[in-house]
Design a protein around this ligand. Structure first.
Ligand code: FEO
Length: 183
């Protein structure tokens, strides 16, 4: 009896997404190390914390594949891209990586719909929400640097951003959780 509740195509796609999340963790790790070396310890702290979030995403998918009776394949993780040249491009890259990951998640949702694999569709909804949060967080970073003066931000402004990011929560508050009393 076949006890694998995932199609071969879905198993392959989920394994690939697991590697993609591991890759995202490596990207955050390398940007964090870069930020720390530049003296931005608050930014580094934020990015290091985020690297762990990405590993958590990887683990969720790994556990899901196993729970559905599928096979997990641990693959090589591609090297992270080159270091950014400054804080603004760093935050722009973070948003780009998150949008890229959102697109990969949407593809998996689409595939689960086409296969009528409702368990995977349901599982992926957590990631759809998570990606909205991640993009909100990344857009917030870009807002901060824009207000600080963008590429021409002063040392004072960068100092303040760095200090703020040390205490920045890991999750952004989503529109669906807002109320008129608590905008
Ligand atoms: Fe796991 Fe930032 O996406």
């Amino acid at each position: 009896m076949n006890t694998n509740r995932l199609s071969t195509a879905m198993q392959t796609a989920l394994n690939a997404q697991m590697t993609k999340e591991a890759h995202a963790a490596q990207i955050y790790l390398s940007y964090a190390a870069w930020a720390s070396a530049q003296g931005f310890s608050g930014v580094a702290n934020f990015l290091f914390r985020h690297a762990q979030e990405e590993r958590n995403h990887m683990m969720k998918i790994l556990e899901y594949i196993l729970q559905r009776g599928g096979s997990v394949t641990i693959e090589a993780i591609p090297a992270p891209p080159a270091n950014p040249s400054a804080l603004q491009p760093c935050f722009e890259k973070v948003l780009e990586h998150e949008i890229d990951n959102t697109n990969a998640i949407y593809k998996l949702v689409k595939q689960s719909m086409e296969e009528q694999d409702w368990a995977t569709w349901n599982f992926m909804q957590w990631f759809v929400k998570e990606q909205t949060e991640e993009e909100t967080l990344a857009l917030g970073l870009l807002d901060k640097i824009k207000i600080a003066g963008g590429a021409a931000a002063s040392g004072d402004a960068l100092y303040n951003i760095d200090r703020d990011l040390q205490g920045e929560p890991d999750d952004a508050e989503l529109a669906q959780d807002k109320t008129a009393d608590k905008p």
